[in-house]
Design a protein around this ligand. Structure first.
Ligand code: NDP
Length: 419
């Protein structure tokens, strides 16, 4: 056996030869040389006392220790939950399908569309097998596709119930866009179909997976604001008849309602998730211009107040004829929060108000769409409940109906059990 000097005693070039001779390039991690090298050859890859300097490294290409793992490494494709996207419209193509690239537990497995050319082009773009492209007539054959675990319904609101129920009958789990459905009765049927099938139903409330809203919820519900006394939330935009995605939104039979159903639901959700309570009373007003052809069937502007059991009050609004607005404030006895914008797809901002001044809070942006899909994927794999199940969607539809009732009848409405 050849005698080797400890590397610390070798001249520089000798050290590099020593490392090569010891087959360092082939060593698996962690690379532990401290026992032969003294302090200059302390452990790499964690632990150990010494410091590895560049002079200790071999001067040719070598493998290196595995970097410290991310908090949650992505699952390999074969272990991910497969999603079928139903309805390839503005939101599905612009936000949801691209977000699979950022997900860690979900993958795009199938497409359902009434426009075959668009569906095939999308399938090619995202690597979906042509055999996994369906239309609304062949949709039920998805039952025979083992690559699909979840059906994600991104259709006009009136179609959510039908495709959710058909997906459950095909044995799949369901992610359903907001609002869950047009009527309370439809929501109940969807929940019942899921229960019968033994499958999960999640309403896609993305704000619950949006980091700024999550941080605001943590602070408001964790007592950092003191007692939450007042929540305000406004959501508005211009309804645009030239935008194909807005055309069905002018048709009450497809949309279920106007600005309230479409974006007011974010204001309603904000009041509920910031207080962590359910309202006991609602007072609402509504205004819809009579001479604007966009509003022949659906309402324009709605404002409503809600009272919560703790004494917290909420002041909310939605409008289809104001500049883009998405904001939430939660004001407590000690401090307040402002989210503005609050519910953008990205770039939301959170401010803390205390002693009359505001501090901008740094929150790391992260895809809320990937977050919500991965949440359902994890719930399926680990058989856990989802954070926004059908009951959450039903409650919003129920409350929105009461907001309309209060505005129509010009009186407060008590949120009684069983309504
Ligand atoms: P779009 O009109 O852009 O897309 C709807 C798609 O549904 C159409 O492209 C079409 O897809 C399919 N469709 C089937 N039947 C009809 C019909 N009778 N009329 C119109 N479309 C039909 O709408 P959005 O993408 O904006 O909205 C879809 C859903 O997503 C809604 O429930 C909406 O509330 C929700 N949404 C949620 C958002 C969120 O942030 N969570 C944001 C935006 C929307 P195809 O051609 O492939 O058949």
């Amino acid at each position: 056996m050849r005698l080797m000097l400890p590397p610390a005693l070798l001249p520089d070039t000798g050290r590099r030869r020593f490392l090569r001779g010891a087959g360092v390039g082939a060593l698996a991690t962690p690379l532990v040389l401290s026992s032969i090298g003294g302090p200059a050859f302390a452990q790499e890859g964690g632990g150990g006392g010494g410091v590895v300097t560049g002079r200790d490294l071999p001067d040719r290409a070598v493998g290196r220790p595995q970097p410290q793992a991310e908090k949650e490494p992505p699952l390999p494709p074969g272990e991910r939950v497969g999603y079928a996207i139903v309805g390839l419209g503005k939101f599905a193509l612009g936000q949801i399908i691209p977000a699979f690239a950022e997900s860690k537990r979900s993958r795009l497995a199938a497409l359902v569309s009434g426009n075959r050319d668009k569906a095939l082009a999308t399938a090619r773009q995202y690597g979906v097998d042509e055999a996994s492209v369906y239309d609304y007539q062949t949709f039920d054959r998805i039952a025979d596709n083992p690559a699909v675990d979840v059906v994600y319904v991104i259709l006009p609101n009136a179609l959510h119930a039908e495709y959710t129920i058909r997906a459950f009958q095909a044995g799949k789990h369901v992610m359903c866009e907001k609002p869950m459905a047009n009527t309370v009765e439809e929501c109940r049927q969807m929940i019942e179909a899921g229960r019968k099938a033994g499958r999960k139903l999640m309403v896609a409330y993305r704000a619950h997976h949006e980091p700024h809203n999550m941080e605001a919820i943590r602070m408001a519900r964790g007592g950092e604001l003191g007692q939450v006394k007042l929540v305000t939330s406004d959501h508005g935009r211009h309804l645009d008849p030239k935008d194909p995605a807005d055309q069905w939104r002018m048709d009450k039979s497809l949309a279920g309602g106007g600005s309230l159903y479409d974006i007011g639901i974010y204001s309603l959700q904000a009041a509920r998730y910031m207080t962590g309570e359910e309202p006991v009373e609602i007072r609402a007003m509504m205004h819809t211009p009579q001479d604007d052809p966009r509003f022949k069937e659906v309402e324009d502007t709605v404002t409503w107040q809600m009272a919560f059991p703790s004494g917290a009050l909420a002041l909310c609004s939605s409008s289809y004829s104001i500049d883009d607005t998405k904001r939430i404030t939660a004001l407590g006895s000690k401090a307040g929060l402002r989210l503005d914008p609050a519910t953008n797809y990205e770039g939301n901002q959170l401010y803390l108000r205390r002693g009359g001044s505001e501090t901008h809070m740094k929150v790391q942006d992260k895809s809320q769409f990937a977050g919500e899909m991965d949440h359902l994927a994890q719930a399926i794999k680990e058989n856990k409940p989802v954070n926004t199940p059908g009951e959450e969607g039903l409650q919003d539809v129920r409350l929105m109906q009461m907001i309309y009732e209060s505005a129509r009848e010009g009186r407060p409405v008590k949120v009684a059990e069983g309504r």
